[in-house]
Design a protein around this ligand. Structure first.
Ligand code: ADP
Ligand code: MG
Ligand code: ZN
Length: 640
């Protein structure tokens, strides 16, 4: 049987079973009737006359006329078989069926008065078990077949046999008796660690708190972007406290069948209660904990039931029972407010991407078991990786180790680290381009970016320009972002727009407007979004410091389907004009810079085509022969 067929069969069979049951019940009525059907063998016809029908009125007439000789009453007085004689036909005996209105005392008295022999037959009962068995025979057969079918399909992984498993909740959550993770393994998130150390004490020494009448919180919500170490922190808490770790991902709650998620929650808490003290970790809680009734179509029954069950379970156990629930999300904004109520996840701990010192300490943790070249400084790596999360850094060191092994070196050097960073940010390295017109055009495009990056004071300095393709890009210009920049100024945003336009401007200056290429598509998209944000989000245009966003993002994920649109058409028009004005002006300035440095650019392009890569310092040095380069102020972050 192919898979689709089985799926259909699985749904069809219960329907069939139900249908058959109904049929059986209805059918059993008829069976009973026929049991006492007067035409059955119970009555031995004395004559050859067939059983006819007679109305009740006629029957009464017959009784009055004294023609009735005997009456057999069936079904508690609803039916009777009457024997009557027909004086016109030689007193032949006629047997007739009569429907009676019921077995009334008057009727019985009447029959007695007339001296008619009568008998009242009780319905013949089959032995009780047998009847039921008979009725259940077909359904049982079908259910048996169903189970067999389910068994068979269960043996196929991922097959629709899963449909049959929903009754018994399989333990989908993982339980680790000992996580083996300690706080020392989590680095760079000092504040979060401090907040969570208390949770360890809750688990280890609850008396400390309960003795003074304090209620131990039940739930802690870890909020932070992916890869910052939320799961790791939760494990570390369990590891430090030495308690079992139950973990389950929010998305695992939500299943095809309504009610399965809820029963999983019940299961999870049941198991946890048997193992107190313990820690329950719910990853991606936004998958279940989203605002109820939100989204297209008004929400998802299964998810909401699951969430309700979760809330019920959290209310259901005492605060001091030794279970602490830790949930993780990167979208606290979409969570149902009921989750944050006191007594539930009333504590929030934010786990932020690490700063340079955090990165350094994470690198230290992850380089423990790696062989690094002695002069490789982790500080340098930390400096090179602003924006990297803990998971990125772990990945970086691993990639570098793989590269080292591939290059048959004995220890990781800066070269491997650099390549690994590039690879993580921009993707896999491709084959170098073959010399030709395309390569020159790409070289001009990239040099255009780098030229603006170097000559505009507010721009991040150039780290390197390369013609080696990576990921989707045919050439790349890398800039060194300022370390851990928190705020971005208007001048910097404008510089970034100009930098992004540099590629197109170079194509324009060198090859003419008719020859510009699609290569600038990505840049232009970036430009548009930056310029629009400057106008609508950051109040950096002549429209003034007003938020002009119409929050139309993420209808599917967010809270409300109906988005506020509080921007009038007139304002929308003005926004468009401001954005256009800004981009146009930036392009003008960019075009001028590129045009005025045509000679330097020609030389740099020749060099780039020849060497494939020019690093930032060399680029600056060559350029300084042609023009003055503004000095860039950079704050060097203090390492401690
Ligand atoms: P999240 O749950 O926040 O998405 P994880 O805890 O799953 O992130 O992190 C994935 C991996 O990244 C961890 O197993 C660990 O190796 C590494 N990692 C992330 N953050 C840190 C950190 N702060 N310190 C050390 N390692 C980290
Ligand atoms: Mg995680
Ligand atoms: Zn570009």
């Amino acid at each position: 049987m192919n898979q689709r067929w089985r799926l259909i069969a699985l749904w069809l069979l219960p329907v069939l079973v139900a249908g058959l049951l109904i049929w059986q019940i209805l059918g059993s009525g008829t069976t009973q009737y026929s049991n006492i059907n007067p035409s059955g063998s119970q009555l031995t016809p004395t004559t050859n006359t067939a059983v006819g029908r007679m109305t009740y009125g006629r029957f009464l007439d017959y009784v009055q006329a004294g023609r009735v000789t005997s009456v057999d009453i069936y079904e508690g007085g609803r039916n009777a078989v009457v024997e009557a004689i027909d004086p016109d036909l030689d007193n032949r005996v006629q047997r007739m069926r009569v429907e009676l209105p019921g077995l009334t005392p008057e009727l019985i008295n009447r029959l007695k008065e007339e001296g008619i022999s009568f008998d009242i037959h009780q319905p013949k009962k089959a032995p009780p078990g047998l009847g039921i068995l008979g009725n259940l025979f077909f359904p049982l057969l079908l259910i048996g077949g169903l189970i067999l079918l389910a068994r068979r399909s269960n043996s196929m992984p991922g097959g629709p046999g899963q449909a049959m498993q929903f009754g018994k909740t399989k333990a989908r959550f993982a339980m680790e008796a000992e996580t083996g993770v300690k706080f020392d393994d989590v680095a760079g998130v000092a504040e979060a660690k401090q907040d969570l150390e208390e949770v360890v004490t809750f688990l280890k020494q609850p008396e400390k708190f309960t003795s003074v009448g304090a209620q131990i919180p039940k739930g802690v919500l870890l909020v932070g972007p992916p890869g910052t170490g939320k799961t790791l922190l939760a494990k570390a808490i369990a590891g430090e406290a030495g308690v079992p770790f139950f973990s389950l991902s929010g998305s695992e709650f939500v299943e095809m069948f309504v009610g399965v998620g809820a029963s999983r929650v019940r299961d999870l808490f049941k198991r946890a209660k048997e193992n107190t003290p313990c820690l329950i970790f719910i990853d991606e809680i936004d998958a279940v904990g989203r605002q109820r009734g939100a989204g297209i179509g008004g929400g998802n029954d299964e998810r909401e039931q699951t969430l309700n069950q979760l809330l019920t379970e959290m209310d259901g156990f005492e605060g001091n029972s030794g279970i602490i629930i830790i949930a993780a999300t990167n979208r606290p904004d979409v969570l149902d407010s009921a989750l944050m109520r006191p007594g539930r996840f009333d504590r929030q701990v934010s786990v932020d991407p690490p700063d340079i010192n955090g990165r350094l300490s994470i690198l230290k943790v992850h380089s423990r078991n790696k062989k690094l070249e002695s002069d490789l400084s982790l500080e340098n790596i930390a400096r090179r990786t602003p924006g990297f999360t803990g998971a990125d850094l772990a990945n970086l060191l691993n990639e570098a180790a793989i590269l080292t092994a591939r290059r048959r070196k004995s220890a990781i050097t800066l070269g491997e680290i650099d390549d690994a960073v590039d690879r993580i940010i921009a993707g896999m390295e491709g084959q170098p381009l073959t010399d030709g017109r395309s390569k020159r055009l790409i070289a001009y495009h990239e040099v255009g970016h780098a030229l603006i990056g170097t000559l505009v004071k507010a721009h991040d300095p150039v780290q390197k320009v390369t013609l080696i393709p990576r990921g989707q890009a045919k050439g790349l210009t890398w800039f060194a972002p300022d370390d851990d920049q928190m705020l971005v100024s208007r001048a910097q945003l404008k510089a970034r727009i100009m930098g992004a336009l540099g590629g197109r401007a170079a194509e324009d200056v060198v090859f003419g407007r008719a020859e510009v290429t699609t290569g600038a598509g990505g840049d232009i998209q970036q430009v548009a979004s930056m310029a629009r944000q400057m106008v609508t989000r950051f109040g950096m245009s002549e429209l003034g410091p007003m938020s002009l966003e119409n929050g139309s993002q993420e209808v599917f994920l967010g809270r409300d389907l109906m988005t506020r649109n509080d921007i009038s058409d007139a304002i929308a028009n003005q926004i468009d004009q401001e954005v256009r004005k800004m981009v146009k002006q930036c392009y003008q300035e960019t075009y001028e810079i590129v045009k005025n440095n045509r000679d330097a650019m020609d030389y740099l392009v020749d060099r780039l085509v020849e060497c494939e890569t020019i690093d930032g310092e060399e680029f600056e040095k060559i350029l300084s022969d042609y023009t003055t380069i503004p000095k860039k102020e950079r704050t060097k972050p203090v390492l401690n």
